[in-house]
Structure formats: C-alpha cells, structure tokens
Design a binder for this molecule. Structure first.
Ligand code: SF4
Length: 506
C-alpha cells in the first residue's frame, strides 16, 4: 500500500475532462463517480481527449488484453502530453490496482495512478500531482467504516437520467479459479442497509425510476454486516432505527442475524418513484428461496435473473471452485421459474477452461439447452495473470484447450443459446410488454428502442418523439434472436427526471 498523500487545493473551474472506461458495470459506475467529482470541482466534460485538461482512464483487468489496450491508449496520449505538458493523465481501476507501480514504469507521462479503493480521492491526487509531481496511491480494501470508498457514496454524473446504479457491496469472498476480482477488489464489504435505502430514496427524488443494484456477489449481501454486528455485541433484536445495521421493521422483529438481499429488494421497491429494480450479479450457490420470494412479491423487481452457469460439467465446476453442481444449478433455476412468473434468465458461460474435455463440453451443451437461457455472455477462456487458472496453465501447459477446439465449441454453444433466445422471444409474440423508452434505435433512428422488464430490446415506431425514461406499453408483433419488434399501445408513465447531476447522495 502506498501512503495517502495530503490534500491540496487547485482550482479547475471551467477546465475540461474526459473519462474513458474499460470494463464492467462496476467500472462504468466508478467512472460516473469520477466524473461527478470532477464536475463538482467545476470541470466540464468533453468527448475528445485532445480537448481535455484532465484525462482519466478507468481500467479493467477482467477483460481480455486489458493491459494491451491500456498501454496502447497511453502510447497515443504520450504524444498529447508532449504537445501540452499541462494535460494531466490519471489511470485508475482494477488494472491499476493490480499493476501498481508498473504503470508509471511503462508510461512515465502518467500523472496519477489510483486503485479501486480510492476512487473518492481522484481529485486530491490530481491536485497533489499538479503541485508535487506524479503520484501512485493504491490502497487495500478498507474497513466498512470508510464509507467514502464506496463509489455510490460520491457525487455522480449519470450517463442516463432515468436509470441509476447503486453499489450495495464491493469485493468478493469467493475464489473462482478464472477470476481476478477478489485479488483486486478485496473481500466483500456490504454497505449499511439504511444508507442504501436512503440513497435509493435520493435517486428516486432525483427522477431515477430504474435502479440497478451492483455488487460482485449481490445475494450474499449483508454476510459481513452480521459478523460486524456480532463483534459489536449488539443485542439480538435491539438494533434501533437509524442504526448502521437497521434494515426495516421486518428484520428487527424477525430477530434475524443479518439483513438479507431480499430485504433490500423489498425496501427499495417500497420507495415512491422507484418503478423498476434490477441487480447484477448474483452467485447461484448463494441464491436463497427468500430472494426468489422477494422478487415475486415486489412488483418493482423486474422478471429477469442473471444466473451465471460458467460450465455444465461438474468436474469443471469443481476445478473452477464454483460451489454448485449442474444439477443444483438447474434445481435453483426451476425454483426461480416456479416462483417468479414470466422470468427471463441470462447467464455467463466459459468454454475451453484448462482441462475441459469433449465430454465436459457436451455436458455444458446439455445443461445450457436444459436451462433455456434467454441470452448469454459466452467467452472462450483466456488466462488472467494472477488467477489460479493462469498459474495452473503455467505449471501444466498441456491442460490448455487448443484455440481452434475452443472456438469450435464456442460456435456450437452459440447455436444452442441462439435457439433458446429465439424461443424465449417468440413466447412473447402477442404479449403487451411494459417498456422503458431508451431513445431512437441506433440502426434505424426512425423507430424507438426500449427495454422490456425481461431485459429484452424492443423496437417500435412512434408517431411522435418520446422522451427516454418514458414508460409505455408495446404489443410484440415479431421476435428475432436478440430483439423484439412491436407496436406502441400507449404511454403509461411520462419521463419525470428533473435535474442533471452532480447528485450528492445520502
Ligand atoms: S463470484 Fe467468482 S466470478 Fe464472481 S467476482 Fe467472485 S470470484 Fe469472481
């Protein structure tokens, strides 16, 4: 860990910034918060790095070739920095957390390197670099009382007015062999329940009608709070309203040891103005009946579940340390579908994990077909440095699945997924779906694009423009593999967001 620097104060009023994001929704949300901090300091966003006084690259080490992409981008920025030495370049995110000093060694024109636990200090670090020169500050996972470290506890510049993210938890306590997240994001830390409900209320007051709860393993939310609660020796049932661990009447009277993810769904669903709730990502091994019940009983929670399978072979699942068998996965899926009418299920699947045999892959095809996913993110395995799977390949390169074999398996899996996607979409033909309008279609601006509660894109013509964030009903007329086509029935809820940010929460 690098020591924290002392704060300085540099005026950036009227200057410009750009934040480039590489990675997942957690990263995109971090970028919104970085943008919010810079705008709260008087800066204006621009699209082109050539016009920016401050350039922030928010990196990801989960995606393939993340480091090549970063150093490629930094190579281009070197020319810019030579032309204008006053431009400040900052690199943050999980690749920065993992590579630490390497970034400065490879790209000496970078001014600031910060990690995943000090997003909130981006401004101070830019100030420090301006006064004293380049700085690397990487912190380890912070204690729960350092709530500033949570990206949601910062001002935000939301990309979309009607939809907002709410980080409920950071880090992960699991040990999936292919994943770098626990190494770079640290152990699971849940935000206090009451604070999350307050922040959701603030988002709703600001016109956000759709909230997506974010975390690496959202359905284990609160596990660490229970441990902390016990450590503080709070007597059973004695938590008061306003206490950091308060989670509403239900928990207090139930005398449960901890708030559950389902409690969060119910409490956020009860907030006036919240019309849709989504969440990502849950872990199948931690999925409880209670969560399915909360989804079914909370009308605001959308009928969509992202349920990452990763592999269908029990042998491979064990090598991956996923903590479930394919049979258990399918049982939970059946329970989810039985509890939540109209549920659409998406997934993640990796093909070509080290040691995956033809038989293992056939099992993945069987399980994927049985699961009837509405959509899937499918990947050919590629090792992420620092993970157990990458080390395994270093020691036993013979376990690597030849690239052409993995690609062929990938194509076969895509065929199975596309079949079930089309079937899922065809089952909606004739149904009147509730849709959030997202704006003109990218391919054909003469039609509008919206998203159903099941998270399916739908395109439909409209006689007049409709503001993004409007809710409408649309009759499904036709189904394609990846989208629906429909006709507008009526507008049900006009867009109601009032302001642009920065929004200072809670
Ligand atoms: S649950 Fe597994 S895949 Fe998900 S973040 Fe944690 S270690 Fe990574």
């Amino acid at each position: 860990m690098t020591d924290q620097v002392n704060d300085t104060a540099v005026s950036r009023q009227g200057k410009s910034y750009v934040v480039k994001t590489y990675g997942c929704q957690m990263n995109e949300h971090d970028s919104e918060r970085i943008s919010g901090l810079l705008e709260a300091d008087g800066m204006n966003r621009v699209d082109d790095v050539a016009d920016a006084d401050v350039i922030v690259l928010n990196t990801c080490c989960i995606r393939e070739n993340a480091d090549n992409k970063l150093y490629g981008a930094l190579g281009h920025l070197k020319v810019l920095k030579e032309q204008n030495p006053d431009v400040q370049i900052a690199v943050g995110g999980c690749l920065a957390q993992k590579d630490r000093d390497t970034i400065m060694d490879r790209a000496g024109h970078v001014d600031v390197v910060f990690g995943t636990h000090n997003v909130h200090r981006a401004l101070e670090l830019l100030d420090h670099a301006q006064e004293h020169g380049p700085i690397v500050e990487i912190l380890e996972a912070t204690a729960r009382d350092d709530q500033e470290a949570f990206p949601s506890a910062l001002p935000a510049r939301r990309e979309v007015d009607h939809a907002g993210w709410l980080t409920i938890q950071i880090g992960c306590d699991n040990t999936c062999a292919f994943c770098i997240v626990p190494a770079v994001r640290g152990p699971e830390i849940s935000r206090p329940f009451g604070e999350l409900v307050d922040e959701a209320r603030d988002l709703a007051a600001d016109g956000v009608s759709e909230i997506t709860l974010l975390g690496q393993n959202v359905n284990s939310y609160g596990r660490d709070l229970a441990l902390a609660r016990r450590a503080l020796d709070i007597s059973e049932g004695g938590a008061d309203e306003g206490d950091a661990f308060w989670c509403g009447d239900r928990w207090a009277t139930d005398r449960r040891a901890r708030p559950l993810f389902g409690d969060l769904l119910r409490n956020i669903g009860a907030i006036e103005g919240v019309h849709r709730i989504r969440y990502t990502s849950p872990h199948p091994k931690d999925m409880r009946t209670e969560t399915f019940e909360a989804m079914a009983e909370t009308p605001e929670v959308c009928e969509h579940l992202h349920f990452p399978l990763q592999a269908g072979s029990d042998r491979v699942l064990k090598l991956m340390h996923r903590g479930y068998t394919s049979e258990r996965f399918l049982e939970k899926l059946a329970e989810a579908r039985a509890t939540i009418p109209g549920l659409a299920v998406s997934t993640d699947i990796i093909v070509g994990f080290p040691g995956e045999t033809d038989d293992d892959f056939e099992r993945t095809l069987e399980v994927a077909a049985a699961a009837e996913f509405a959509s899937a993110f499918t990947f050919v395995f590629s090792p992420r440095p620092g993970t157990e799977a990458a080390e395994l390949l270093d020691h036993q390169p013979e376990l690597a699945v030849p690239h052409e074999v993995a690609v062929e398996r990938y194509e076969r899996l895509r065929t199975v997924i596309e079949r079930s996607s089309l079937k899922a979409n065809q089952s909606r033909v004739g149904v009147v779906e509730e849709v959030t309008v997202e704006g003109p279609s990218k391919k054909d601006p003469s039609v509008l694009t919206g998203r159903t509660r099941r998270n399916t894109l739908i395109h439909f013509p409209s006689p007049s423009p409709i503001k993004p964030g409007t809710y409408a009903t649309v009759r499904v007329l036709d189904a394609k593999t990846n989208h629906l086509l429909g006709e507008l029935v009526e507008i049900t809820i006009p867009a109601r967001h009032r302001t642009r940010i920065p929004v200072v929460s809670g």
